[in-house]
Design a protein around this ligand. Structure first.
Ligand code: MN
Length: 388
């Protein structure tokens, strides 16, 4: 059995939008869409009339990467090259080449996130934010239709909640099954525990949309490189570690605000943030709810942990402890994810990883983590072949 092919659904995959995405929009809208221009040693990003200058990453040979933004990318394993990432992205954006990659790796269906979001969330003008989300979604739904194995997540404008609700309804009608949210709202908007978002949660529930948070999507500060919190000793691993917590905070805010009291059938997926945090967070929230009960508002209909165990799902890639979150700690909503085509993921060694994770694991639990939890969120997606 050790050599047999294991199939798994992925709760965490990605697409990169093509550069001509906004070409067909009216010019007064198109000119406000996120746009990058590269100069010698720096990049100017223009979004909705705002200009952000950021220093370019340097290449491995120390020269500025003015012609190739990937050349200095060090967020990759030591034995890889930045060019590999670019090649993977090109492959992943071709709907048929992508299926070949998936088949080779043993990845069946995928939750697929957009890439433009981080910049799109800097748009301040409501009608521009709506036009941007619509263009991204019109493109993503065409991609999704290329295979029943693709579950693309829809983007939503977050400047005005009425526009958010309108795009959720439009996305549902187009055939989307999930809505992508950043782990924190855009700068200047109320936090996820604020009542202003209640119509958004209502619309998600009424339209059976899964709330899909991807970690590392905190609002972009244009004066800094995204996700760089630490420099110097340990910087790379500290910055990676920092991405872990945003999804947990988003979930805690929803539970604390009583979102699941009002929307009990709402399901949330936190992608790429590991899995053992679920039982941990459930314990912490219950303790706070009980031991600081005198100050707890609102009172909830159920314990925070019950919402984590029933409404919240999480995907992990390599974590050795993740399977135990399901088998030993009893959280049934643990889901595997490939993070294809990113370097944090398992592309190129997926079968090795799946064997390491699941060989010797009880078949029911293995099936639940590889296939069942995903299937529960997206019942319309066909089942994978039986393992060879
Ligand atoms: Mn990912």
């Amino acid at each position: 059995m050790a050599d047999s092919k294991i199939w798994a659904n992925s709760g965490d995959s990605h697409l990169v939008e093509p550069p001509n995405l906004f070409a067909d929009l009216p010019s007064d809208i198109a000119e406000r869409m996120p746009k990058s221009e590269k100069f010698d040693g720096y990049e100017i990003i223009t979004v909705d009339g705002q200009q952000f200058r950021r220093e370019m990453m340097t290449r491995s040979d120390g020269k500025p990467a003015n012609s190739d933004p990937l050349a200095g990318n060090t967020a990759r394993p030591e034995d890889s090259s930045a060019e590999e990432l670019r090649d993977r992205i090109i492959g992943a954006n071709d709907s048929q080449r992508r299926l070949v990659d998936c088949d080779n790796e043993g990845v069946w269906a995928e939750v697929i996130y957009p890439s433009l979001g981080i910049w799109a969330f800097n748009i301040k003008t409501p009608k521009v934010a709506s036009a941007c989300a619509q263009a991204m979604n019109d493109w993503a739904i065409d991609f999704q239709k290329q295979s029943p194995r693709y579950v693309c997540t829809a983007s939503v404008p977050l400047v005005d909640v009425a526009d958010t609700v309108a795009e959720i309804k439009r996305a549902a009608a187009l055939g989307f099954m999930a809505i992508f949210l950043p782990v924190q709202p855009p700068i200047g908007r109320p936090d996820w525990n604020d009542a202003e978002w209640d119509p958004m949660w209502d619309a998600m529930e009424q339209n059976a949309m899964v709330v899909a948070y991807h970690i590392g999507t905190e609002p972009h500060d244009p004066t800094k490189r995204t996700g760089v919190y630490y420099r110097g000793r340990g910087g790379a691993v500290l910055n990676y570690n920092e991405t872990t917590f945003g999804g947990q905070r988003a979930v805690a805010k929803m539970i604390g605000a009583g979102v699941f009291d009002r929307n009990p059938s709402l399901k949330v997926l936190v992608s790429e943030g590991g899995a053992t945090w679920g039982p941990f967070l459930a314990d912490r929230l219950d303790e706070g709810y009980r031991q600081h009960g005198a100050g707890v508002r609102p009172k909830l209909k159920r314990l925070p942990s019950e919402y984590i165990y029933e409404n919240i799902y999480a995907s992990f890639q390599h974590d050795k402890s993740a399977v135990k979150a399901c088998t030993a700690m009893g959280w049934q909503n643990v889901m595997w994810g490939s993070d294809y085509p990113h370097f944090e993921g398992t592309f190129g060694h997926t079968q090795e990883t799946l064997h390491e994770l699941f060989d010797g694991v009880d078949e029911k639990a293995s099936h639940r983590i590889r296939i069942g939890a995903f299937q529960e969120l997206f019942p319309a997606v066909p089942l994978p072949p039986v393992n060879d």
